[in-house]
Design a protein around this ligand. Structure first.
Ligand code: HEC
Length: 502
């Protein structure tokens, strides 16, 4: 029995005078054992204060006793419902990096504490206050990309999806081992996605749209040639495992897509991205394996519409993370990997999808995935009137598209691979473009060294006649020998596949 037990018992004993029932009283008084200073502060500081402190995204601070005590019941309810801390992946399948979850023990302590009237406890029990790193958490970046001018977010109105085009001025191809996004204004910056554009497409859009950047919901409104990942509140920047990096083609521009959420007062934002390059060319390139179902036809009124897609992994890879994506009426997504030997593994299961809390889930340790592994994606959509997130009232048939009111069904498995053949195989996958977004770009050297671009199965019948040496690939010379018209189209298709690098 610790001294709080003793204290509680002593008080109760004094009040009731039931000396003979000391132990029984101590049992029922158990919730009083839990105090803020001894138990609760540590739980809130570790799991909540990262966002719930001044200047962060949480709507109130949870650093001090009073902050927590005055809303103790609310904290219990919201954590029991698993609404906070925000973490959508189900437990019990894969171990992720930086998981945000309260243990059953923590939940029980919170409940007991609130039930006991949120006692503060002995100030001496208070653990050392948490230190939150100011400035760049990964140290001084090699390159800082900052919005050129600040962007004004009106006091109210719809959410804003704005893309800012930031030149990287790279005179040679580089590899990125980490990025760190720093929102300029945490009140309104909801999340951000970093796309790469080696084709100057973003610049054209920017020029055509008044104000800094350009408007684009969902995707970046261009065909990205790569990606540098994303940021959501509470995300901790991290480096890839050693000797891995995302490819950035020289001359690329960063398209920083920021989702703003107006909050009642006009605000300004000027966010920035710190980029950390690998010192040397890494032996493993980070890429994305796309799982995608574009044939969406979600009937109006249907509350549980099922969508599936299957993808076979074309090479041995190391999986390092997974990034699901749906829009507003998405409810559930599950991704299962079945290895050639039949071994099944659930890589991600989100049962309560929330567009506002999408993010990338990094695996605690890289997962080897064998060539021939089947990735099965199953998603559910709620297009009923009863879904409060349904943007259409009354509900309408929803199909694939970029608008808020459209839907998407995709998920990227971020993988690393060392060899050219694997990279080429990934580049030729259906939906490889999406893979680029979730992974990095494709270093074109790999395509060239592989002796040209392999002809995708779907195009064999059409393109085989141009494959003069019948090696299943189209080399530069073979493409040049094509008739005008065909040549340009094939070139365009290849440039899309290899991130505009041809
Ligand atoms: C990753 C950032 C983040 C973390 C970690 C986090 N919160 Fe929040 N919390 C938010 C944001 C943003 C909101 C406001 C938007 C929302 O409700 O989704 C919020 C809202 C809340 C609300 C008010 C909800 C409402 O409906 O008004 C409560 C209560 C809350 N959080 C408690 C907690 C507790 C308790 C923890 C820790 C166990 C926690 N939060 C961890 C970001 C976070």
């Amino acid at each position: 029995m610790n001294r709080f037990n003793v204290k509680a018992v002593a008080v109760l004993v004094l009040l009731s005078g039931m000396v003979g029932q000391r132990m029984a009283v101590a049992e029922t008084a158990k919730p009083a054992d839990v105090t803020y200073t001894k138990d609760i502060a540590a739980i809130l500081w570790k799991n909540c204060a990262g966002c719930h402190r001044p200047g962060e995204v949480g709507p109130f601070s949870l650093l001090k006793y009073q902050d927590a005590a005055k809303r103790a019941d609310f904290l219990v309810q919201i954590t029991a419902d698993k609404r906070m801390p925000p973490w959508k992946a189900e437990a019990g399948h894969i171990q992720y990096r930086d998981e945000r979850r309260l243990s059953e023990e923590d939940l029980a302590k919170l409940a007991a504490w609130a039930k006991a009237g949120a006692p503060e406890g002995d100030p001496k029990d208070l653990p050392e206050a948490p230190k939150f790193a100011e400035g760049w958490q990964l140290g001084e970046p090699d390159m800082i990309l900052k919005m050129e001018e600040s962007f004004t977010i009106p006091a109210d109105g719809n959410d804003i999806y704005r893309c800012f085009v930031l030149p990287m001025n790279l005179s040679e191809d580089r590899y990125v081992e980490a990025v760190e996004f720093r929102p300029g204004n945490r009140r309104v910056v909801h999340h951000a996605i970093m796309y790469l554009d080696a084709l100057g497409q973003g610049q054209k859009k920017d020029a055509a749209d008044p104000g800094p950047g350009y408007e684009s919901f969902g995707g970046p409104g261009i065909l990205p040639t790569g990606s540098l990942g994303g940021w959501a509140p509470g995300a901790t920047p991290m480096r890839f495992p050693a000797d891995m990096g995302r490819f950035v083609k020289k001359g690329s521009q960063l398209i920083m897509q920021v989702h703003y959420h107006p909050w009642g007062k006009e605000e300004q934002d000027q966010s920035q991205l710190g980029v950390y390059f690998t010192k040397a060319k890494p032996s493993q390139v980070v890429l994305g394996i796309p799982m995608i179902q574009t044939r969406l036809k979600i009937p109006a009124g249907e509350a549980r519409h099922r969508v599936t897609t299957e993808t076979v992994v074309p090479a041995d890879v190391l999986a390092i993370g997974i990034s699901p994506h749906m829009h507003l009426i998405g409810r559930e997504m599950k991704v299962t990997a079945t290895a050639p030997d039949g071994n099944k593994q659930v890589l991600l299961w989100i049962k309560d999808w929330d567009f506002n809390w999408q993010g990338a889930y990094g695996f605690a340790t890289p997962i080897p995935i064998k060539k021939g592994t089947k990735l099965e994606l199953e998603a559910f959509y709620d297009n009923s009137q009863d879904n409060p997130k349904n943007p259409n009232s009354p509900p309408k048939m929803v199909r694939w598209g970029e608008q808020t009111t459209d839907e998407m069904c995709l998920c990227g498995l971020t993988v690393a691979t060392a060899d050219h053949a694997s990279m080429t195989a990934l580049a030729m996958m259906r939906g490889a473009r999406i893979g680029l977004i979730f992974g990095g770009g494709f270093p074109v050297d790999n395509m060239k060294q592989a002796g040209g671009v392999p002809i995708p199965d779907d195009y064999k019948a059409v393109l085989a006649p141009f494959d003069k040496n019948s090696d299943g690939r189209l080399s530069d010379d073979e493409i040049n020998a094509m008739p005008p018209g065909v040549k340009e189209r094939v070139r365009a298709a290849i440039s899309e596949l290899v991130g505009g690098a041809e």
